[in-house]
Design a protein around this ligand. Sequence first.
Ligand code: CUA
Length: 323
Amino acid sequence: MMLLAIIQQSALQPAADQAGRISGLWWVYLTVLGTIWGLVMAAVIVGALRRRPAEMPDRPLAHPMTEKNVWRVIHTAIGLTVVILFALLLSDFFIDRALSSPAPDNALKIKLTAHQWWWEARYLGAKPSDTMVTANELHLPLGVPVEIELDSVDVIHSFWIPSLHGKRDLIPGHPTSTWFTPRKTGTYYGLCAEFCGLQHAHMRLAVTVESPEQFKQWYAHQLAEAPEPKAEPAQRGEQIVLTGTCAICHSIQGTTARGTVGPDLTHFMSRQWIGAGALPNDRGSLAAWILDPQGPKPGNLMPSHSFSDADLNALLDYLQTLN
Ligand code: CUA
């Protein structure tokens, strides 16, 4: 999974208009500057290998025409340098201008809040009943502009999905925003890009771009409340969550769990990770995480728990209904 994540986390594999412009600029700079470097190196090598004529060993520029030619070359090189630097400056300027244009009115709006060390995503629907909260994993419809409002509740973090757009810092008390239009389906990975404490490396974000129909289905599913467990031991597991410490920090829509310190768990099983990339989301990892979250992710706010085997299994049975 990690290898796959690395493969799909590259600013040179753009999947949105904005990342495409940034990588286009990078290729322009690489091509122009690489060509100039190659020409300069070729000239140096040719100059070093060339033999001076035997009849004028010490005064290679003695002939007036030769000196004139040298100055002509120097002036041409200075002129070319100025023109090339100015052209690069202009391409930089126009791309920056395009990237900083305001988001279109029809953009999908998401409020992304950074915490030490996870991402809270609030999809802002047109009506309050269309608003939904999830964590660490976004889904986006292909070809629809998305505007992401960014803020942090604690320290400076940085939002960066290299395949979709450039970085944007999240500074507490200074909300900002960014927007982009995804153009290729797939899952694109990112990391918090500003050192933010002990678990900075476990602050991953995954963005799945899918067809508008698939997105609609996903969104409708995420809007739904958690289903009531039908049988034991999941029903007992739900009681453990609602009457124990879980509900102090976590929300589960459709239940009395209304905590806001940790991620919303309503559709927790539809996500691929636990702890923003600390562990894969399967039953064994979930058990390990509940008993000792400080093991895989030291410093996070979730305390350790001790449960009997029967209670732990009931709890896992319930949590696995939250898909
Ligand atoms: Cu958040 Cu680094």
